[in-house]
Write a protein that binds this ligand. Structure first.
Ligand code: PLP
Ligand code: COI
Length: 356
């Protein structure tokens, strides 16, 4: 069946997969909703987006995504409140960042209306896939990749923008043990670290696997010249509490400007928590751990929300973090998730209601 809503063409799935989803035992990003949004870029312009049944896509083997990695993505979540209303969190910031990534990867920028209308229509259609269980949500993955053909190492002439959705539980199960990286780098000055480029993640898999083999869950990336300053984790920005001050590194060419990060900085300041955005060295963190002034470390990101770090490894030694009753991490997590799930007033105007 084809129906047209505004500009977006909707082809509904003949049958729904909803009965196959075990909403009580959701992993992260491994089962998908009934529909996806697809929008093609051809002949110098983005065509009208379509919503179609979730399905595999066919690509020419010479498509540039396979050879030159021209691909970017975003990570968002849709939440449902007790009355069934649907919300996103700061979605315009994701759109802006998608276009920042697009520019860096020579991908044509996507109009805001296609992003927002596509997202809205897709969420309305697949609203039954938005979990209501605490800690679960519908993970929304907008992405753009080079579908254009040819082995010439130059930007493609055709792209696909897709939004796919996955009802998801927590990204990490339990506390996270991290290894402070001393050999490999995630990004470099002048590079693409600040973009959500697919290749940034591929480059992390090998060092992260080495860390996993040593008993850690994640790598904490350090600066590429000295491996001395803490930057971020594979999928999260990092916060460090020394005494009662919450510290995070400044964003740069090498670090993703996280939406959760900047929201936490704002909430913390409003809650009277002292914050500092400055370079933080591994030496300072190790010293604080030794002196007992290192109180908390946590990662922050859309998928991970706020994930407490239980211990870090550095130069063959592990340092445990104390277990705090009233941590900043848990306090900030409650405030941000209450806004996201429409459980509290949103004085910031960050919550975005998805309406027809
Ligand atoms: N850093 C990296 C490398 C990420 O992939 C993510 C996830 O999106 C983040 C930080 C956190 O960003 P955000 O809070 O916008 O999800
Ligand atoms: C997100 O937090 O949404 C991300 O994009 C991280 C992803 C690598 C799982």
């Amino acid at each position: 069946m084809h129906t047209e809503t505004n500009n977006i063409i909707v082809e509904k799935a003949a049958t729904s997969k909803i009965d196959q989803i075990d909403f009580d035992n959701l992993a992260f990003g491994s089962v998908f909703s009934d529909h996806m949004l697809v929008c093609d870029y051809k002949n110098g312009k983005w065509e009208t987006p379509k919503i179609i049944p979730y399905q595999p896509i066919t690509l020419d083997p010479s498509s540039k995504i396979f050879h030159y990695g021209q691909s970017i993505f975003e990570g968002m979540k849709a939440y449902k409140d007790e009355k069934g209303a649907i919300f996103l969190f700061r979605p315009l910031d994701n759109h802006k960042r998608l276009n920042i990534s697009a520019k860096r990867l020579s991908i044509p920028e996507l109009p805001e209306a296609y992003f927002m209308e596509g997202l809205t229509k897709l969420l309305q259609l697949d609203e039954a896939f938005i979990p209501t269980k605490e800690g679960s949500s519908l993970y929304v993955r907008p992405f753009i990749f080079a579908s254009g053909k040819g082995f010439h190492a130059s930007p493609a002439d055709a792209y696909k923008f897709i939004i796919a959705c996955a009802p998801s539980g927590a990204y990490f199960s339990g506390k996270v043990k991290v290894l402070i990286e001393q050999t490999y780098s995630r990004s470099a000055n002048g590079g693409v670290g600040y973009a959500k480029a697919g290749g940034n993640y591929a480059g992390q898999f090998y060092p992260t696997q080495l860390a996993i083999e040593k008993g850690y869950n994640q790598v904490i990336w350090t600066d590429d010249t000295e491996h001395e300053y803490i930057e971020e984790a594979g999928a999260m920005n990092i916060f460090i509490r020394i005494n009662d001050t919450l510290i995070t590194g400044p964003t740069s060419d090498r670090i993703l400007d996280g939406i959760t990060r900047k929201s936490i900085l704002k909430i913390a300041a409003d809650e009277g928590i002292a914050t500092e955005v400055r370079k933080i060295s591994v030496t300072e963190v190790v010293e604080a751990a030794k002196q007992g002034t290192l109180k908390e470390m946590f990662g922050a990101g859309t998928a991970a929300v706020i994930s407490p770090i239980s211990a870090f490894g550095y130069k063959d030694q592990d340092y445990n973090l104390p277990q705090l009753e009233n941590s900043y991490g848990s306090k900030l997590k409650k405030i941000i998730t209450d806004i996201q799930y429409n459980k509290s007033a949103d004085k910031y105007g960050w919550r975005f209601k998805v309406t027809a």
